[in-house]
Design a protein around this ligand. Structure first.
Ligand code: KG4
Ligand code: ZN
Length: 333
């Protein structure tokens, strides 16, 4: 079964061909970093306009890279939410038009389900149940994943997402956009224990997260110190922020393991590519005898292969979506 997956929920325009739900034959991606960089964050109107320009060339690139013919394609899956409405509509409309023209099934995919199950593209040995920690620019949530399609939300952020905190702190400190990678790179040269930023919700019994207090704490810290001091200690400030953000995530994973008894953890979303988070969760896995897994970095951030993989699983079950399916910016899982 050859499935074309399309992803355009935010600032990445991507298309991938996936065979039988596991083999990635091609993955074409056009990143909009340069377009949004001057603004320090994604500008929705610019994002959707650029998707409109790039969607066809990106799909063509995926088809050419896989040396696939349109007659080989058995179904088309596209993200229909959550995300930016204008951006979602571009990929979704392209998918519907192609499916209609080719007379193949069409499926709208929940972006969160795609992130949570992206690991299976590389590691089909993961078994259920597992705790799914989804950490991206728009979401920070913990799920108990019982099976494909059976997700129970255990906790989520009450304000900013983890990736959003990385992006906002990077912007505040003039590190540029996207912030996550910039913070990670500079942190390598800093002392993570230099400044004690807060670990929000650490003692709370719920499995919810909060990151806006951490972001505000960094802002106050910057305001309360001389610019020369911040400049001289920038790597220490950034490393201390990253450590607080990572700690917050590790603490909640640890609490979730204790309260559910589930000892397998799969981490996904853009922030899952953070090396410090990976190292800290691997430490936890060693000390507590847990099984922690991460997709490779290119499958952590937004991509179309994870969308095609969900499509494949659901098409096999006989599922498809009507052409009347609309984009759902606030879609939940
Ligand atoms: O999953 P993703 O590509 O898009 C969303 O669905 O949001 O995640 C993007 C987010 C951004 O906030 C970005 O700063 C963050 O993931 N990110 C990172 C790293 N790479 C990307 N955060 C921390 N460390 C990284 N290495
Ligand atoms: Zn995402």
């Amino acid at each position: 079964m050859l499935i074309l997956g399309i992803e355009s929920s935010c600032d990445d325009c991507a298309a991938a061909l996936v065979k039988d739900g596991e083999a990635i034959l091609s993955h074409a991606i056009h990143s909009q970093f340069d377009i949004h960089k001057p603004y320090g964050g994604v500008v929705p109107e610019l994002a959707s306009r650029n998707h409109l320009e790039k969607i066809i060339p990106v799909i063509e690139a995926a088809m050419n890279d896989a040396r696939a013919d349109w007659t080989d394609v058995d179904g088309i899956a596209a993200t229909y939410g959550p995300g930016l409405v204008g951006s979602l509509l571009v990929g979704l409309s392209a998918a519907k038009a192609l499916a209609f023209a080719l007379d193949v099934p069409f499926l709208g995919v929940n972006h969160l389900e795609a992130h949570l199950t992206a690991i299976f593209l590389e590691d089909p040995t993961v078994s259920f149940p597992f705790l799914g920690l989804l950490v991206s620019g728009g979401h920070t949530s913990l799920y108990r994943v019982e099976a494909f399609g059976a997700y129970t939300l255990l906790g989520q952020t009450r304000d900013d997402a983890a990736g959003e905190a990385f992006d906002k702190v990077a912007k505040l400190l003039g590190l540029g956009y996207p912030g996550g990678i910039a913070v990670e790179r500079l942190s390598v040269r800093g002392d993570p224990r230099a400044f004690p930023f807060p670990r929000a919700m650490a003692s709370s019994k719920t499995l919810d997260f909060s990151f806006s207090g951490l972001k505000t704490a960094v802002r106050y810290f910057v305001q309360q110190h001389e610019p020369a001091f911040i400049e001289a200690r920038l790597a220490d400030v950034v490393a201390s922020f990253q450590e607080a953000a990572v700690d917050t995530l590790v603490i909640k994973v640890s609490q979730a393991v204790r309260s559910t008894g589930v000892q397998r953890i799969v981490v996904s979303g853009g922030v899952a590519s953070n090396k410090r988070l990976r190292a800290r969760l691997e430490d936890l896995a060693r000390t507590d005898g847990l099984d922690v897994r991460f997709p490779s970095p290119q499958l952590c951030t937004d991509n179309a292969a994870m969308v095609a993989a969900v499509g494949c699983r659901r098409f096999r079950l006989g599922e498809s979506s009507p052409f009347s399916l609309n984009a759902e910016p606030n879609l939940l899982l």
